[in-house]
Design a protein around this ligand. Structure first.
Ligand code: SAM
Length: 677
């Protein structure tokens, strides 16, 4: 049964297109009328109007709605135009062009896709759209010239044949660049031999494969032959030597095998990290013991190697982490309005692996002078309520008059503290005056009094300032949530980065930091599908700010168990992780048959590693939520691993973390003080 998804379509047009500046009324009409749900695989219909590309057969994708609209907009179509599309895929973009203009010719190299697209287009009555199976880089000479040409796969250059088949005055839109990321170009044919080119910014497409595109090996999925770097190409005799030919074989040769996380030799890794100021340690799930334990080992080794490592900053809320911070520094528990890590997802930090780690941090600090102590800090911003209370409690101690004013300023948000998302929606819809001014003024008030307050309680001031900054950013975050995931994602990662910078600044120019967060926050977003959606992350911001002084390590696994929930606020379950998708990096790693390994990517051991892994593959991200049944859509994204990380750590089989049981969690024994207070 098909559902009426017209409301979702309308919302897509409004939120994803109109707000991003798509203006051409004909494009908007087409996007409103063509049912994208008819072009996606049946099992993905519920995602048809999401702001994302989706997988279709033959390992290809149907483009993100915004990209389809952007390309159609850039083609500046007239109703009588004749258009050519290269890369029919599902047929959706061809249908959009067909709804705008008189004649559309579209070519797809995969026969299965081509046949299916033809059927759907016929069923929907698009008799002005003609589908051909074959290599589109040569164009469709019999029907040339075209007023508009759209290429929906990324090529190394603009194919010459396509330029030649453009009418004078015609427009060609094409992603051009390497396999990882391309630039969307518009080429105008302004005269018989004259062309003008414009750049529409970075995009990410599957490769254009054909006579005037990439060769067929480009983007080869795991297990097939990969292109050898040119230097390694040789005579047949030369090639006959035992040269690794699959990505998995290449990785297996370049990897530093490790049997167990607790016995791995970390010296080579520490040498590679060398003098990085910021070390980013990712994770492919929030509930895998090996990821926590290995990060703990690396972190402790770094602390041991240099006393300037004084910051451990994690994807947890600031006030909660502060309680752990006091514990690891051997201080009394701060009087606090709320116990730490009691909100969903509690297990992310209240687990035995973290407990063991923070006990070790406490030991480290016992051997360091107080001013050299390592701090444990939270970068995240989900603690609106606790942060407001922390600011008020601080001001009560240093300036009661200011505390009264703060209470008045925060009064705007207090009714919403338990449901900040509802605040965001109400404010964004204009049903309610937002609190942006109040929270910004509160932070400004605090900063104005810095000198005075710092004199009374320097550390308390820094904490209050971070909490006030958190409230200000969280207020924006909840309003942005209403507009879509991308805006709010960016605000959250920018907040995390701002907090990290504030910590580095506070500890001086020699201070070094280790950051723990999910791979999706720490791997460079510019090397993943995130960038085409306009998303950035902590990894990209660090790369931009610190260059090679930032060393990013990603983690991955094939199968095993994981601690996660199947929905937000749902109970924790220990779930089975499905074996990795055949087109993923994880499958390449699994095919090495190694139980685990470290693999340097910035300066790999053999020079064909980067070439073998550079073309994008799928990568899995399990968060606090895991939905194995819709795994491909919910948990995989495209990335170019060597551009995303400097190092990759692999555990083929992994086990779930041990969440702290509620009784232990709340017991006020010294061992559990950071969680139990
Ligand atoms: N426009 C498509 C849609 O709306 O579903 C999405 C296209 S998908 C991003 C790119 C498509 O280009 C893939 O289906 C791929 O097989 C196809 N492709 C790549 N190289 C091609 C070539 N030389 N000729 C024709 N199709 C090609």
């Amino acid at each position: 049964m098909r559902f009426d998804l017209s409301q979702q379509r309308e919302r897509m047009v409004e939120r994803q297109l109109a707000r991003r500046g798509i203006r051409d009324p004909a494009v908007m009409r087409a996007m409103r009328s063509v049912p994208r749900d008819r072009f996606v695989p049946k099992e993905l219909i519920e995602f048809a109007y999401d702001d994302t590309p989706l997988p279709i057969d033959a390992d290809q994708t149907i483009s993100q709605p915004y990209i389809v609209a952007l390309m159609a907009d850039a083609l500046e179509l007239e109703p009588h135009d004749k258009a050519l599309e290269i890369g029919t895929g599902s047929g959706y973009a061809a249908a959009i062009l067909g709804a705008i203009t008189a004649h559309v010719y579209t070519i797809e190299r995969h026969e299965t896709l081509c046949i299916r697209a033809r059927t759907v287009l016929e069923e929907l009555g698009f008799d002005n759209v003609h589908v051909r199976c074959g290599d589109g880089t040569k164009g469709w000479p019999e029907e040339a010239p075209f007023d508009a040409i759209a290429v929906t796969a990324g090529g190394p250059v603009v194919p010459k044949s396509l330029r030649e088949q453009l009418a004078v005055g015609g427009r060609l839109v094409i992603p051009v660049g390497d396999a990882g990321v391309q630039r969307l170009k518009r080429v105008w044919r302004t005269g018989e031999d004259e062309f003008e080119e414009e750049d529409f910014g970075p995009v990410r497409f599957v490769p254009l494969i054909g006579a005037e595109g990439w060769s067929a090996e480009h983007g080869t999925p795991a297990g097939l032959r990969v292109r050898e770097p040119s230097r390694a190409r040789g005579t047949l005799k030369h090639r006959a030597a035992a040269r690794p030919t699959t990505a998995a074989e290449i990785v297996a040769r370049a990897a530093e095998p490790l049997e167990r996380h607790d016995t791995a030799d970390l010296k080579p890794l520490l040498a590679r990290i060398a003098d990085a100021r910021v070390v980013l340690l990712g994770e492919a799930s929030h509930g895998t013991a090996e990821f926590y334990d290995m990060r703990a080992r690396i972190t402790l080794a770094l602390l041991d190697s240099d006393p300037n490592f004084r910051i451990v900053a994690v994807e947890a809320d600031w006030p909660d982490a502060r309680q752990v911070d006091r514990f690891v520094r051997g201080l009394e528990a701060a009087p606090h309005p709320e116990r730490a890590f009691t909100r969903f997802p509690t297990w992310m930090w209240a687990n035995k692996q973290v407990l063991a780690f923070i006990n070790r941090l406490r030991d480290v600090n016992a051997g360091r002078a107080a001013e050299q102590a390592v701090g444990f800090h939270g970068l995240d911003l989900y603690s609106l309520r606790t942060s407001i209370r922390s600011v008020l409690a601080y001001l009560e101690g240093v300036d009661r008059e200011a505390a009264a004013l703060a209470r008045a300023r925060y009064a705007c948000l207090v009714p919403w503290e338990h449901e900040p998302a509802a605040y965001g929606a109400a404010a964004a819809r204009g049903r309610f005056d937002d609190c942006a001014d109040e929270v910004a003024r509160m932070l400004a008030d605090l900063l104005r009094q810095r000198l005075d307050y710092e004199r009374k309680d320097e550390e308390g001031f820094f904490d209050a300032e971070r909490n006030a900054a958190l409230v200000k950013n969280a207020e924006r975050y909840y309003r942005a949530m209403y507009y879509g995931r991308h805006e709010s994602w960016n605000l959250r990662d920018e907040h995390m980065f701002e907090t990290l910078r504030a910590l580095l600044h506070r500890h001086g120019s020699r201070a070094r930091a280790v950051v723990w967060a999910h791979n999706s926050h720490l791997g460079n977003a510019a090397a993943t599908t995130m960038s085409a959606r306009g998303e950035t992350n902590v990894g990209e911001l660090c790369r931009t700010a610190f260059g090679d002084s930032c060393y990013a390590v990603g983690f991955g696994t094939d199968h095993g168990t994981v601690a996660a929930a199947n929905d937000w606020d749902a109970p924790l379950e220990i779930m089975q992780v499905r074996p990795a998708h055949e087109a993923s990096y994880e499958r390449v790693c699994h095919d090495t048959r190694l139980p685990g390994f470290l693999m340097p990517l910035r300066r790999p051991k053999t020079d064909n590693v980067r070439a073998a892994l550079l073309a994008e593959r799928l990568e899995r991200a399990i968060g606090v939520i895991y939905r194995p049944d819709s795994e491909l859509v919910s948990h995989y994204f495209h990335a170019s691993l060597p551009r995303q990380f400097d190092e990759w750590i692999w555990f083929d089989e992994t086990t779930a973390i041990d969440p702290l049981p509620v009784s232990e969690h709340s017991a006020e024994t010294p061992q559990t003080f950071p969680f139990g207070v």
